[in-house]
Design a protein around this ligand. Sequence first.
Ligand code: ATR
Length: 285
Amino acid sequence: MRDSRETLTMKAFVAGYPIAHSRSPLIHGFWLKTFGLDGSYEKEEVPPAAFADFITALKAEGRYRGGNVTIPHKELAFALADAPDALAEELGAANTLWMEDGRLNATNTDGYGFLSNLDERHPHWDRAERAVVLGAGGASRAIIQALRDRGISEIHVVNRTYSRAQELADRFGPKIHAHRWDALHELLQDAGLFVNTTSLGMEHGGNTEIDFRPLSNDAVVTDIVYTPLVTPILAKAREQGFAIVDGLGMLLHQAVPGFEKWFGVRPVVDDELRSMVIADMAGKA
Ligand code: ATR
């Protein structure tokens, strides 16, 4: 039996600005129900100027066991944590926080979510020796770190603004190579993995035509955008005969470590969860 004090603190949050459209409460709510846990996961709309006070209260009040932070707070969450782990330290950004022995711990689970999604939906994808990553923003960082840590030997980052790709190559080491957009076609030659981390292909995100035929025959193409589920980039790759993995699983899997930290059980990503989120996206849930 849990005592009342423990029940009171079975709470976690997601803090962002704006936060209304976050699907994280749906995901964690599903797992809380699955396990029959008397906990909660709540949205906290925190404007940028109020985030430092939010963290101070979190440390002082014990209202929450921890939570997720999303745009635009990931960098400040890292900076204000007492004990960021090595992943968050290298990224300079955190998305998962938890209190332990009175200290605020922080990590970043985006890379874990990215890898777990590929592992689940296309096992052995990591036989790829060459990966091409389009985009050099916040999401791209976690993915580059994850690919490097998984042992992919050549990681090529292509970005509209070259200097941002170069910055990532400097940060993440000699396996990472920065390129301008016009190098893309050549880089795809025999690559085993292509990742879109840009908003291209999103609803209203603009579009681009990429010819994937130079990829190796068994290559996988994935997109972190999941609205629509099959982005124009994924549709094109599929039409050209390549395996595709959509980005929804990254969102689902990145939530797993946080839930385990706050609520003490490790949840699984299954078809029921996925279908529920898809139904919500379609406005049917
Ligand atoms: P996130 O944190 O989601 O990755 P971000 O930091 O704003 O968001 O990064 C967005 C990425 O998409 C960047 O790589 C951006 O390219 P720039 O660095 O040149 O801005 C890329 N991007 C966005 N719109 C784009 C477009 N229309 N064409 C090409 N790249 C685009």
